[in-house]
Ligand binder design. Structure first.
Ligand code: SAM
Length: 283
């Protein structure tokens, strides 16, 4: 075999059409948190996402692509990168891809990656870093949307406090639209978070429906900010609320009691990052 042939991924591609194939069964099992945790792995859908993940240095274990992707130069390139990284490449039928992603019209490409979390002790905020702490976030769509928004405003990352939904579930990863690969995520118990918070060198800004301070009246400039957001049903518990330097409120009109968690986080982040975000100068 020539060097060229050896480097071509096509020869290393396994074709799979059966739903009972053990490789397919293992990948499908990643829909369950138990198996994601056991294997320290998760799935991400879409060619662009997989390319971004590889560019950002995430470890790919398996690339799965639909038959329709055969001959597509971008898919072949990603397949070659997967093989070069020591991963497997599976070419599967549309039926298999639908069952892996639980979607009728699945993306052409799915990647299985190793999970990556940042240890809380390694987070040492400085300068104007902005971190978001989410207390017991329940909804994977909210978590994914917050991760995407953190990415969009150029904040540093997300700390999941207490019993949180899994950032590596298919639904959460989908809602991040790829930002799961760009935004560091840490997990901590409430106790570990409260201990770490004591060393936080800037302003710890909690949000609370009983907050007495209008979020627009606060000077967020020139220091690290830790934005603390409450659980969807219960809001912030007393100990977390007491650990905040300020408890801020977003004024509301109308009949709604509160804002959706991800919306409230977005409103806060755009205010905190107001001075840092600029439209590019028009020509
Ligand atoms: N029933 C909950 C409560 O009593 O707090 C509602 C929680 S709300 C859906 C989720 C989180 O979003 C809140 O804990 C808070 O962090 C934030 N939030 C929502 N609306 C807010 C507002 N108007 N002002 C400040 N924070 C708000």
């Amino acid at each position: 075999m020539s060097e060229h042939e050896r480097r071509r991924p096509v020869g290393r591609v396994k074709e799979v059409t059966s739903l009972s194939n053990p490789l397919v069964k293992d990948i499908k099992a990643l829909a369950l948190k138990k198996f994601r945790d056991q294997n320290n792995a998760f799935m991400a859908e879409g060619l662009k996402l997989v390319i971004d993940a590889l560019d950002l240095g995430w470890e790919i274990r398996t690339l799965i692509f639909a038959k329709a992707g055969r001959g597509n130069p971008a898919v072949e390139k990603v397949a070659a990168r997967t093989v070069a990284a020591g991963g497997d490449v599976l070419e599967v039928s549309e039926k298999v891809l639908s069952s892996i992603t639980r979607r009728d019209n699945p993306q052409m490409v799915v990647g299985v990656f190793s999970q990556r979390l940042v240890p809380l002790k390694d987070i040492r905020p400085a300068n104007r870093d902005v971190w978001v702490a989410l207390d017991r976030v329940r909804d994977p769509g909210n978590l994914g949307t917050v991760i995407r928004t953190v990415d969009a405003v150029g904040a540093k990352g997300v700390i999941l406090v207490g019993d949180a939904t899994d950032p590596f579930s298919l639904e959460a990863v989908r809602a991040t639209m790829g930002s799961i690969f760009a935004v560091p995520v840490a997990r901590a118990s409430a106790e570990a978070f409260l201990a770490w918070r004591k060393g936080f060198p800037g302003l710890v800004a909690g949000t609370h429906l009983k907050g007495a301070v209008d979020y627009r009246s606060v000077d967020f400039s020139g220091k690290p900010i830790l934005l603390v957001m409450g659980n969807e049903q219960q809001g912030l518990p007393d100990d977390l609320a007491a650990s905040c330097d300020r408890l801020l409120r977003i004024p509301q009109a109308g009949r709604a009691d509160s804002l959706n968690l991800a919306v409230a986080t977005g409103v806060m982040l755009f205010e905190i990052r107001r001075d840092a975000l600029k439209l590019e100068a028009s020509p």
